[in-house]
Design a protein around this ligand. Structure first.
Ligand SMILES: Nc1ncnc2c1ncn2[C@@H]1O[C@H](COP(=O)(O)OP(=O)(O)OP(=O)(O)O)[C@@H](O)[C@H]1O
Ligand SMILES: [Mg+2]
Length: 389
């Protein structure tokens, strides 16, 4: 879940600037314009960190910090960064004595503020039972009913939403072995490790898999596709199930973005998946392919519940609405993601997924809605039955 930061500053310009900068970095922000409101919001909004100006109406920053520390006693410790215009050592000491964990002298550079915030959040991160609990170990694959329907966009942004907004540990695999796009979507070079480094090792164990994982700034871990189409041949149908077994013990969700072929490799991934999210748009060729996929799933002996349909660009005009698509398929379309071409394409072209940099956009909201549904389903009995099958 995105960390929540309380900004207490009576200067509307500073408030706006901080709000903008913090939101850009993916934080949730609440603001207060005086000390009393700041103290009240600490109680009601439960922020993860407070940026506290010293010179404030009603209660000054020192008084707010002192009151918070008295009130929270030994039960918790919200990190406080004091923002001060004063240079005197004496004032800094006073701030720290009042209970601030760090201070910054105005004007400061946003990069310095971010570095201090990150380090304090890491230092005071709750080491509670949630972090200690065993991973959920759910594998989901994402399959496009045809090329270019937005499968990769949805897989990547759902992974980020599950991690940043819902606090899950997530690994994303680029299973499009020949022409994987994740390096482009996530602005990563060909020098990074890839699945080839796993499959060319003498044996696949957890240490090896951990070493090959690539960490993305959003906090999700990645298994990248081979760097070239030729090296994709090194991956055989036996490899993916072995890799997934290792990852299940480390992550809540392992999302696999697979390509369109129903070959042995993809069938192995589908077999290992609890759910196959079939991404489609509302057009005839997609409807035809979805029908074929549903038939194939039945022929393979899986329950139809294993497949969930995701209608991407759901509100784009195609002449086929959701109801008629459902009528043609004779089944419900479980999920919808809205159409927002600019948001999707500019995120792709800048290498910064919208769920990371613009989570509060309409498209971000739509993806979060999807991620919540995925997470909720994992908690439900239906998913447990599907695993047992
Ligand atoms: N919800 C959306 N609204 C508008 N445009 C979208 C949406 N989702 C994806 N797109 C756009 O559709 C194009 C294809 O997206 P993407 O690469 O994710 O699809 P894909 O199914 O993975 O394609 P491929 O078959 O090449 O793997 C991109 O330009 C992307 O920006
Ligand atoms: Mg793709």
């Amino acid at each position: 879940m995105a960390a929540k930061i309380l900004v207490v500053d009576d200067d509307p310009n500073v408030q706006r600037l901080l709000q903008y900068t913090l939101k850009q970095e993916g934080y949730d922000v609440v603001t207060a314009s005086d000390g009393a409101e700041g103290f009240r919001l600490w109680g009601s909004a439960a922020p993860d960190l407070i940026l506290l100006d010293v010179m404030l109406p009603k209660l000054d920053g020192y008084q707010v910090a002192t009151k918070i520390r008295t009130e929270e006693g030994t039960t918790g410790h919200v990190p406080i960064i004091m923002l001060t215009a004063e240079r005197e050592v004496e004032q800094k000491v006073r701030g720290l004595r009042a209970g601030a964990d760090d201070y910054l002298i105005k004007p400061f550079h946003p990069a310095e503020l971010m570095a201090r915030i990150k380090s304090l959040l890491a230092r005071f991160a709750p080491k509670d039972s949630l972090l200690a609990r065993p991973p959920l170990g759910r594998v989901h694959s994402f399959y496009g009913a045809k090329g270019g329907v937005g499968t990769t966009t949805i897989a990547i942004n759902a992974a980020i939403a599950l991690h940043r907004e819902l606090g899950r540990k997530v690994c994303l695999i680029d299973g499009n072995l020949q022409f994987g796009d994740h390096r482009v979507f996530l602005d990563l070079g060909l020098d990074r490790k890839s699945i080839v480094d796993i499959v060319t090792a003498p044996s696949i164990d957890q240490d090896l898999v951990r070493q090959v994982l690539v960490k993305h700034d959003s906090g999700i871990d990645l298994v990248l596709a081979p760097p070239s189409p030729e090296t994709a041949e090194l991956v055989t149908p036996e490899h993916l199930p072995l890799i997934l077994d290792q990852l299940r013990t480390l992550y809540d969700y392992i999302l696999v973005d697979i390509d369109k072929r129903l070959d042995d490799i993809n069938l192995g991934i589908i077999e290992a998946s609890e759910t196959v999210f079939v991404v489609m748009t509302a057009d005839l060729s997609c409807l035809k392919n979805v029908r074929l996929v549903l038939e194939t799933i039945t022929h393979l002996g899986y329950e139809q519940e294993k497949v969930q349909l995701v209608l991407n660009r759901s509100n784009a005009f195609t002449g086929i609405n959701v109801k008629s698509a459902e009528g043609a398929l004779k089944r419900t379309i479980e999920h919808q993601v809205i159409n927002e071409y600019r948001g999707a394409i500019s995120a792709l072209n800048s290498g910064a997924p919208f769920m990371f940099t613009k989570a509060d956009s309409v498209l971000g909201g739509s993806l979060l809605h999807f991620a919540r549904a995925v997470d909720k389903r994992a908690m439900s009995g239906a998913a447990a039955r599907a695993i047992a099958r």
